[in-house]
Design a protein. Structure first.
Length: 365
């Protein structure tokens, strides 16, 4: 399915380039077909090679092919807009559209957006929010929690990037740090060096982690072993008491499996029901179940807020409005979904800012 979509996008782009720039010779069109065919297979090929051979060359290939994927998105959108203009304008006016000039304008805009998106993707900023939790213990009043999510350590985001994220998190002087999944991108290889900066996280109550969908490629046991080395506690469908606050950690379902959230919540309920609590769950789903179970604050990620505009409209629809931001609802339930720190696929973010979330907790008063 992915290969078919990529082939179709490149076919549309190729036809558009040939028409907009009047490429009429057989040689020109043959060269264009060869280029589009090669580019259509580049990201899949790069993903396979980076998985089999983790080295500098494959990482660079993966990065470049991902950037092309992002640029392709805007080139295809631009092509569609130009085709619409070419169809509409002759029907409403006598103006003659200069196709090459119009195409060049859209090309420059697409490239400029992509360059900004690359810069943006590597510069996460602090996002501060405050949340009220009923019955919050006095020791937690005005205390800060740092939430990290979707860092996607791997072929693109390396230990140097994580060092910067850790430094920003420490500046907030948090009482606790939570990581809500997709810390890893799912790659094999030497991951110990990539996670080593996490040992520099500083908080009174430590760092807690739940798996996301990308950790299912590595396996929970492998992740637990890696994170134990850097003093990060993995919560695998369990509840821990953190200074009177019940921290509920649910792992992401394994590939090909479904998780019975309702049954799991019933089994864990004695450990958090009626107590001030926070839930860590990678995906902003099962909202009604968590609300009914008495969860006070759900922290999630996963959506990337679409990562590239206008896909945020798609995530908004898929996740029923819970794809980003804070929602405080009746009955003492709140959810914050972060758009994450890193990226997947194209190392680009357009229409949203990667973030490190600093949450200040407030009680009833």
């Amino acid at each position: 399915m992915v290969a078919l979509v990529l082939f179709g996008a490149h076919a549309l782009l190729g036809v558009s380039i040939a028409h907009f720039f009047s490429l009429s010779s057989t040689v020109q069109r043959l060269v264009l077909v060869l280029i589009m065919t090669g580019l259509s297979a580049s990201f899949i090929a790069a993903s396979i090679l980076a998985h089999l051979y983790e080295n500098l060359f494959t990482r660079i290939f993966y990065f470049i092919s991902g950037i092309w994927l992002g640029l392709l998105t805007y080139l295809v959108f631009s092509s569609v807009i130009i085709w619409i203009i070419l169809w509409v304008v002759p029907r409403v006016s006598a103006y003659r559209v200069d196709m090459p000039r119009l195409a060049m304008i859209f090309l420059v805009v697409s490239v400029a957006l992509s360059v900004f998106g690359i810069w943006n993707a590597f510069h996460p900023r602090i996002k501060e929010i405050s949340v009220r939790i009923p019955g919050l213990p006095a020791v937690w009043e005005d205390q800060r929690i740092v939430q990290l999510s979707d860092v996607h350590l791997g072929h693109i985001y390396r230990d140097g990037f994580l060092q910067g994220v850790v430094a920003q998190a420490n500046e907030a002087e948090p009482a606790m740090v939570v990581i809500t999944g997709d810390l890893f991108d799912g790659m094999d290889g030497r991951l110990e060096n990539l996670v080593s900066p996490l040992s520099d996280l500083r908080s009174e109550h430590g760092t807690f982690f739940v798996t996301g969908n990308h950790e299912t490629y590595l396996g929970v046991e492998a992740v637990e072993k890696l994170l134990a080395e850097v003093s990060v506690t993995v919560l695998d469908d369990e509840v821990v008491d953190v200074a009177g606050l019940a921290l509920v950690g649910l792992s992401y379902p394994e590939r090909g499996q479904k998780k019975d959230i309702a049954s799991l919540l019933r089994s864990l309920s004695p450990d958090f029901s009626g107590r001030p609590n926070i839930l860590l769950f990678h995906s902003p789903t099962s909202i009604d179940l968590f609300r009914f179970a008495g969860i006070n604050l759900q922290l999630s990620g996963h959506t990337h807020l679409g990562q590239l505009f206008p896909f945020n409209f798609l995530t908004h629809r898929i996740f029923k409005g819970y794809d980003y931001g804070l929602s405080e609802e009746a009955g003492g339930y709140s959810i914050y979904t972060t758009n994450g720190v890193g990226t997947w696929g194209p190392a680009m973010r357009i229409g949203n800012i990667p973030e490190i979330v600093v949450i200040t907790l407030r009680g009833d008063n």
